[in-house]
Design a binder for this molecule. Structure first.
Ligand SMILES: [Fe+2]
Ligand SMILES: [Fe+2]
Length: 288
């Protein structure tokens, strides 16, 4: 057992899953909200496993092997070995918990590729050739310095099974250390780029932030369809649950610290880069 089921137990905070407040979902067959929340947890855990495996570990392993062109020094290489160990463990325990929750709830796993992976590949294909080597490190720095509401809020949420809270608390503690590390990697990284590379990479940064933080709409749609909603109902629920302004404000909120780090190293001094951050609303509420 993952936990003693409590009256108000949920597998994911409903406040972070706007579709479950929609009247079509609330009035759907009994158990629909429960199922959608469990599938949101599956998606989060699978996202974590994929993020660590595809976007973080290749970068930290390269740094630990001294294959990063950043001149990071021995101490930072040693830390990269430790971070690789942490991230491998995060991938493993997320995968393991996903299987446990599926067994306990009887809700089958239907893991499909999180949308961020395809979007990252699209960006890689569109990027100027001289940036391709920098994209992986840039995305890794973005994802490691963002403060997700999930890591910050879930450990305190007593409605969640203890195993879920404990896993996310352990992950959040490790990510606190990684955050400081990648803040310094960012300085080395930015100074290792030529002025031309900085000018070309800067306007891509808001896209990388958005790719990491934007809700995975196709995943939400699949979950609603699997719960028995029609295509028309699913489209209506998605359109009404994610107003563009709300999504934009939550992305700006979660990325504020990362955007400040980019401003501190001078990335936003370039007018095209600053425009790209403005256009995405990522500078809203920031004193630059
Ligand atoms: Fe991690
Ligand atoms: Fe990390």
């Amino acid at each position: 057992m993952l936990s003693q089921p409590a009256e108000d137990q949920v597998y994911f905070p409903p406040e972070l899953v706007p579709v479950v407040s929609h009247p079509i979902v609330r009035d759907a067959a009994p158990g629909t909200v429960h199922r959608v929340l469990v599938e949101r947890l599956f998606h989060y855990l699978h996202f974590t496993t994929e993020l660590e495996s595809v976007a973080v570990l290749p970068v930290t392993v390269d740094i630990s092997r001294g294959r990063d062109d950043l001149d990071l020094g021995a101490a930072m290489r040693e830390d990269a070995f430790k971070i690789s160990t942490d991230e491998t463990w995060h991938a493993q325990f997320s995968h393991d918990l996903m299987n446990q929750v599926s067994a306990e709830t009887g809700i089958p796993l239907r893991t499909v590729e999180p949308t961020f992976l395809r979007r990252l590949e699209d960006v890689r294909a569109l990027m100027e050739p001289e940036l391709r080597g920098a994209q992986s490190l840039a995305f890794c720095i973005v994802s490691e310095t963002l403060i997700s509401a999930i890591l910050a809020d879930l450990p305190q949420d007593r409605r969640l099974p203890a195993a879920v809270r404990d896993l996310i608390r352990d992950h959040a503690e490790d990510e606190g250390r990684h955050h400081a590390y990648f803040r310094s990697v960012l300085k080395y990284f930015w100074h290792s780029l030529s002025p031309d590379q900085r000018r070309l990479l800067g306007p891509w940064l808001p896209e990388l932030v958005t790719i990491f933080l934007e809700p995975d709409y196709p995943a939400a749609a699949r979950s609603l369809l699997a719960a028995g909603l029609t295509t028309a109902q699913t489209e209506a629920v998605l359109a009404e649950s994610y107003p563009a302004e709300t999504v934009r404000a939550s992305i700006a909120d979660a990325s504020r610290t990362t955007v400040r780090y980019f401003a501190e190293i001078g990335a936003l001094d370039d007018p095209a880069t600053l425009d790209a951050f403005h256009a995405r609303g990522l500078t809203d509420g920031l004193a630059l």
